[in-house]
Design a protein around this ligand. Structure first.
Ligand code: SAH
Ligand code: SF4
Ligand code: F3S
Length: 444
């Protein structure tokens, strides 16, 4: 590769989960430290970072077509320097380098703190791949947080040791690690100083987080949440994604004790059938999942429940799928995500017998989503007529219109004289399937 002009502007495109978005923000902060600035909307960037996700479908193929469009001038006028980051980079780094000569850098999700160094090399004409999973967390080498937003993500835990048979995450993100308590309090303080009023704690298994508090006591996620709740200026705390097996009494209790902890729980179950759960290596049963939810509802009756589902896992029969529908009928989720099973290279389920036909999966997904939509609409309607706090996150489509989130993570839109970052009292006057219309009361 020829030496390249040092890039002045960058754009990071994140394709994956919230942790992938968090990584994207942190790569942006690193590049800012290097003297680059973020390209404005519609403006060509000198460096484009494709921050990829490998969880479903033909993620890798999409990357190649994105690279093609960038180099052929279809996305922007001038072909940029290209870096591929994220979970596809981790899984297929070498292949990307071999197949896409236009790519200057490939960097995995545990190695992106070394991006500045790789960029220097790329400018000199040297292509670089870094998909190491160093034992020392990358977090120590990242710059201090500087973003300005009322809502912020904070990665507290990374990686996964669960090895569900369909999932790539343990391979792309590595083993479970918890960031130290004091680092997290420090990062949260910085986020609050720069305007965050709500922090969402992130982890592939966020409730597996463990650490030692300032007094040296062993604490779990609940201990961290209690400590964060004591920070001045932090009004809302959320966390995602939890695993049923890592749930403990303290975290359940925290939902009844910590005012700042929002009444929302995302607890993926994947299937409503025990045989399928076993084949997925989920290591929980339907019954204990339901009991767990009951315990959350006992301490926080208004809690909004959310989950993830996979339909068409290899061998799933119609009756087994119907068990998932039954589970949904029983739980009545406020919101949930459902996906068609996607065979991932290198995972055990990809080579299992009984792969399900696409039409069957399409049909199952549609039926499941219809029930989830029904319950989501019903949950939204149950809030109509109430007055609640809304954190203003952005402007709406029309002038004078604003969008924010209710404590139950519903999108609420309303008109009024407010600013981004205000916490407003809003009367929820009308419920739609995906959002609520509000009328403003007061601000704080
Ligand atoms: N750690 C979390 C979420 C991981 S990925 C958990 O264990 O629940 C987010 C969601 O993607 C999963 O909950 C699952 O529903 C879905 N998913 C993961 N691998 C998939 C695959 N191969 N096909 C379809 N959906 C998948
Ligand atoms: Fe994937 Fe299972 Fe780990 Fe979640 S718990 S990240 S679904 S392996
Ligand atoms: Fe995707 Fe990696 Fe997140 S595969 S879902 S970006 S952990």
């Amino acid at each position: 590769m020829k030496p390249q002009t040092p890039p002045k502007t960058y754009r990071v495109k994140s394709f994956g989960c919230q942790m992938n978005v968090y990584d994207g923000e942190r790569m942006g902060e690193l590049l800012n430290e290097q003297g680059l600035s973020q390209a404005r909307e519609g403006e060509d960037a000198d460096l484009v970072v494709l921050n990829t996700c490998h969880i479903r479908e033909k993620a890798a193929e999409k990357i190649y077509s994105d690279i093609g469009r960038l180099t052929k001038g279809k996305t922007q006028k001038k072909a940029p320097m290209i870096a591929v980051a994220g979970c596809v980079a981790q899984a297929e780094g070498e292949e990307i380098m071999a197949r896409a000569p236009a790519v200057s850098m490939v960097v995995g999700p545990q190695a992106y703190h070394r991006l500045p160094n790789m960029l220097d090399k790329a400018v000199q004409g040297e292509r670089a791949t870094d998909t190491d999973m160093p034992a020392i967390a990358k977090f120590d080498s990242l710059p201090v947080r500087k973003r300005r937003s009322p809502t912020a993500f904070l990665t507290v835990q990374e990686g996964c040791d669960k090895f569900c048979t369909y999932c790539v995450v343990p391979y792309t993100r590595g083993a479970e690690i918890s960031r130290p308590f004091s680092d997290l309090i420090g990062e949260a303080r910085k986020l609050i100083e720069t305007g965050a009023r709500e922090i969402t704690l992130l982890g592939q298994n966020v409730n597996a987080w463990s650490g030692e508090d300032e007094a040296g006591r062993a604490v779990g996620l609940a201990g961290l949440i209690h400590a964060l709740a004591r920070l001045d200026g932090l009004e809302r705390i959320r966390y995602t994604t939890s695993h049923p097996n890592d749930m403990d009494d303290a975290l359940i209790a925290a939902h009844g004790e910590v005012e700042q902890l929002m009444p929302y729980l995302h607890l993926p179950v994947q299937s409503g059938n025990d045989r399928v759960l076993k084949a997925m290596n989920r290591s929980h049963k339907v019954e204990n999942y339901l009991r767990l939810l009951e315990r959350f509802r006992a301490v926080r009756p208004d809690i909004a429940l959310s989950g993830d589902f996979i339909v068409g896992f290899p061998g799933e029969t119609e009756a087994e799928f119907e068990d998932t529908l039954k589970l949904v009928d029983e739980v009545r989720y406020a919101q949930a995500y459902s996906f068609k099973y996607s065979p991932r290279p290198g995972t055990p389920a990809a080579t299992m017998d009984g792969q399900i036909a696409k039409e069957v999966m399409d049909d199952r997904l549609q039926r499941l989503q219809a029930r989830i939509d029904r319950d989501q609409f019903a949950f939204n309607k149950s809030k109509a007529g109430q007055t609640t706090s809304v954190l203003v996150e952005r402007k709406g489509k029309h002038p004078g219109q604003w969008l924010g989130k209710s404590p139950w993570l519903q999108s609420v839109w309303f008109e009024g004289n407010v600013a981004i970052g205000d916490m407003v009292e809003v009367n929820l006057v009308e419920a739609g399937p995906n959002s609520l219309r509000g009328e403003i009361g007061g601000t704080s």
